[in-house]
Design a protein around this ligand. Structure first.
Ligand code: GTP
Ligand code: MG
Length: 321
């Protein structure tokens, strides 16, 4: 991101910028499923239908508005996007290109379309950050065909880097059966847009070290990870494999619309506490969420709550500042 953009952003706090994020790739690659996974609409994923044309949705990220374009990937649609690039591709800030790694019969077709899309970006003189999602990299399947898929991904990765010769390119392996991977990939891409995200991330890391916890993740309502810190791989594994389920469980409680005085979820497991807590800000109704992992000790959760309140104030100022 260049300095002028940063400057404009800082100046224009009240006048928010709208960012455009594009999901594209072949039909059946999993674009709509990825979006639904972030929204924790897991029951809808099983029933997902091919997307007809371009579907748009908007959401907020740290006060900025994001417009998400889900471009249905069937051939006839792809042709019409390429014929009207100005209508579909222009002003894209982030492009997520989804490749189904389980369907090697379509790798060539998928790369071909990717290169055509990037050509259109060049024609339009835009340089979005491009995220390549090697999708359907499922945890269960990996064991049986792991080696083959890994080497196929490597070859695809090489081809893309070589052909595109494009600086703002990032690669991820994702699966709807590993929601954290999707959350992490989307967060890495999206937070590039928001200048204050970096400071926020540092503040969260500092808070985590002050808490003397095993690890911590803070997300927003749309599953975007604003910051995290893990003491070791074990803590990372415990937190990353549970965060999506804590968010989902919390959705269930929120739907009950009870007055949540005691609004934290505590799980004691393996001699550790998992503490999940909404961070409600003064100025926005949308809460943020924190998941902390802490070793089981007598002072435990009570001392944590005091530090938490202090942090919530700083967090509030940063998010709104
Ligand atoms: N195994 C596996 N299947 C997935 C995954 N993500 C999506 N799918 C399945 O892939 C199929 C296509 O998913 P969609 O999300 O509709 O794909 P799309 O890219 O939106 O397709 P179009 O809208 O036609 O462009 C569905 O049957 C999903 O259940 C994944 O991570 N692993
Ligand atoms: Mg779709």
């Amino acid at each position: 991101m260049d300095d002028s953009l940063l400057f404009r952003e800082e100046e224009g706090d009240s006048k928010e910028k709208t960012y455009k994020i594009l999901f594209t790739g072949l039909d059946g690659a999993g674009k709509t499923s990825i979006i639904l996974a972030l929204q924790r609409e897991f029951s809808k994923i099983a029933l997902v239908e091919p997307t007809r044309g371009a579907e748009r949705d908007t959401f907020k990220l740290l006060g900025s508005e994001i417009t998400e374009w889900d471009l249905g990937g069937q051939e006839s649609y792809r042709e019409s996007y390429l014929k009207n690039p100005g209508k579909y591709f222009d002003e894209t800030e982030i492009a997520i290109y989804v490749i189904d790694v389980l369907d090697d019969s379509r790798f060539k077709e998928s790369l071909g379309y990717l290169y055509e899309v990037v050509d259109k970006f060049k024609e339009l003189k835009i340089e979005p950050l491009i995220g390549i999602f090697f999708h359907k990299y499922d945890p269960k399947l990996i064991h049986t065909v792991e080696k083959q898929i890994k080497s196929e991904i490597l070859a695809l990765n090489k081809d893309i880097v070589h052909k595109l010769n494009y600086e703002k390119l990032q690669f991820f392996r994702t699966s709807i059966y590993n929601p954290y991977n999707i959350m992490n990939a989307m967060s890495k891409m999206l937070l590039n847009l928001i200048p204050k995200a970096e400071l926020l991330q540092k503040t969260i890391e500092n808070f985590a070290s002050k808490l003397d916890c095993d690890g911590l993740i803070i997300t927003d309502k749309n599953s975007i990870i604003l910051g995290s810190r893990f003491r070791d791989d074990e803590s990372k594994k415990l937190l990353s494999s549970t965060i999506a389920y804590f968010l989902t469980l919390n959705d269930v409680f929120e739907d009950m619309e009870v007055d949540q005085q005691e609004d934290q979820i505590v799980v004691k497991k393996m001699g550790k506490y998992f503490l999940f807590k909404p961070i409600t800000l003064i100025t926005t109704k949308l809460p943020y969420y924190m998941l902390v992992l802490k070793s089981h000790d007598p002072s435990g959760i009570n001392s944590l709550n005091k530090d938490f309140n202090a942090f919530a104030h700083i967090f509030n100022d940063l998010v709104n500042g």
